[in-house]
Design a protein around this ligand. Sequence first.
Ligand code: C2E
Ligand code: MG
Ligand code: MG
Length: 829
Amino acid sequence: MGQSDFQATTLYEFPLDINQVLNLVNNIAEGVYGIDINGKCTFCNKTALKLLRYESSHQLIGQHMHSLIHHTYPDGSAYPKDRCSQRPTLRTGEIVHRTDEWLWRKDGTGFPVEYWSYPIYDKNKIVGAIIAFLDISERVSAQNELHNSLERYRLLIESTQVVPWEYDLYSSRFTFISPQASRMFGYPITDWYRANFWESHVHPDDKINVIRNRYTAMLSQRAFEIEYRMLRQSGSPLYVKNYISVIRHNDQPCTLRGVFADITSDKLQQEQLRLAAVTFETSEAIVITDPDSHIVKTNNAFSEVTGYRADEVVGKTIDILRSDQHDHAFYNKMWHDLKNNHRWQGEVWSKRKNGELFPEWLTITAVRDEQGETSHYVAIFTDITERKDAEAKIRYQASYDALTQLPNRKLLHLSLEQATSAAVHFQHTGALLLLDLDEFKIINDSLGHRAGDKLLVSVAKRLKKLISAGDTLARIGGDEFAILIPDLGADLEWSTQYAKELGERVCRSLDDGFEIHQQLIHLSTSIGIALFPNGTTNADDLLRQADTAMFRAKANGKNNFLCFSPEMQMAVEKRLSIQSELKQAIDSDQLELYYQPQFDHADKLVGAEALVRWNHPEKGLIPPNDFIPTAEQTGLIISLGRWVLEDACKTYANWCLSDLQPPPRISVNVSSHQFHQSGFIEMIEGCLQRNNMSADKLELEITEEVLIRDMEKTIDIIQQLKDLGVYFSIDDFGTGYSSLGYLRNLPINQLKIDRSFIQNLPNNASDALITDTIIAMASHMGLQVIAEGVETAAQLAFLKEKQCDFFQGFYFSRPLPLAEFEQQILIPK
Ligand code: C2E
Ligand code: MG
Ligand code: MG
């Protein structure tokens, strides 16, 4: 710039010479130019040329500076006229100073400037202005840089998942908290700046811990981390982690700086992992493999079941457990299911580390990744050895008797079906023997069930010795056994002979008795034999035939055997017809009581036993032995017994009212079933009342079977009736339970010696001894004794000699119809 460029209209007295001034003005950092009142450039310094990128002052002088260097803002918007800083100066003389001005260079680029405009006066009149401008590009870019970095920092803070903060320990309040806090916790940011906000929003359960940790960390001068729960505005807890550093002033902690990090999902994940770990360690064995069956992980139960530690199997294939018990088809099906259903379940035999095979219940599930590809297989299994054993046991129990371990009725039935069809097919014969132990119930009841069980086991053992391989010995009921001989050859006669001989051997094998609890128990059995295929091949029919024969053998005096015959079948049918007719008989007055007198030493009538008869419309008079057992089996004995009692009492009441002298007592037989029927006492009482009969006129004959059934209850019933005055006699004494000891506890009045002992008197020494003993013992116990079945004078003489109290039998009189009894036995009053 030349000297002529500077047209100073002096306002000031420069203390320098003009050259110095020009030099100074040309080289200062600010660009300077002058304008006249019209805004046209009058001069400019070098710096202005340089900054505006003009080569010479001529290019500017005379130019309208406003349009030349003030175009638009950088963003393109128009530069407002009044914003033009030189105008106010030219108009009003205002000195304008701006820090955010923008000028345009010759090349069209813009740059920020700090700008001053001063008026030039000539004789107090504004004639122009001097403008100075300083390029502030660097300052602005530094400011921009700072602004940008602050903005980046802000964005960074606001976009991270952590919430930075600063906390003043003296005022107990946050001095800074990232706005993120409101998103994380829900509270408005302003709330955070309240005193004690932090402390009051820590989860109550964690508060003490947080405060203690904070305190300790501050003392130890370390940065520290704490994890705890904060309460969200919603009330739900939020797991946070704080990374905190302590700022000190004069060595005293004054400020805390740190961040909140939301670790709730980590915590939940940890919890899930913990749960998964717990679940993984269940009682069921778990093994996880990769898709190629390589073991990835196992649990403790796996080790317990297989014997392998985890480190022994991880990396190996699952084949390590293979038992080779299953064929290819089995595994093919398993893989097919896994591929298609992603799951397989079933029973598998596997091999333990020690080589032992074991059954397991296995569930395999294919775990798939997000692409649907199988990433793992999870196999869960339980060792079902015990269950298998139990199943086998159940199967065994279903077919075998638990006590004797012999096949039970079900298995016998099955074997019998097979044997009969084989017999038909191969044209041979076989035999079925059905054994029923005689009087076992009495033994069982009196010795106790444990002894009874022992006895049954001993019997089973003894029977087993008698049968050959291929034969079956089964226990088919409480005291019932069966022997099945499936093949005895073609000759029926020989087979029958063999079966009978076996029956005989069985009977004899029990003769020796059994020692149970240091007591020798005598036992016998009745056996029914059925041969096959003799008329039937049906297992049920055969069992029925053998049962019929057995029943008959029992009726024939027990301790023997019988082969089934068609006659027996008829007898069975007879029994069945009796059953249906008897019911009718009770209702339609076909029953009749006969009376048999009882006498004392002086032939004085002491009693009359009522004995029932059935006047069958077609079959004539049927004796009680032909229908009482059926009545007992079918329960008809209850109504029959009630009828007998009512009729006997009525008869006795009539005698009392008649002019005949009634016997001191009338005795009625009571069966075991009847005695133990509930309401028995009331039934007796009712009957006595109805007939206005005194209880001491009634005698009840009960058998030993009644006594054995439930001793305590029996004693109670007898005692109650005895208290009323009823007289009790034990009928058929000596045939049942042979011990006399139990009599001591019984509140009875009389023993009635069974006629089987009487009939061989006086010559049979053993019967004589038994009779003698019974009489002696009874008298010792204060019981009276009556002998039944007295048929001869010799018998009577013997009994009288032995001090038997009373007598009954054909020797005196047969049982008589009522009218005859009244006529022949009773005498007028
Ligand atoms: P029980 O109570 O022992 O009756 C005596 C049986 O011996 C009677 O047979 C009687 O006729 C018979 N008897 C009497 N004296 C002699 C004799 O000197 N020699 C021979 N050989 N037999 C003689 P009955 O009347 O055929 O009765 C048989 C059994 O039927 C009775 O035996 C009794 O157990 C039962 N019974 C009879 N009537 C009834 C009844 O009303 N209810 C019940 N529950 N059972 C009855
Ligand atoms: Mg009797
Ligand atoms: Mg009798």
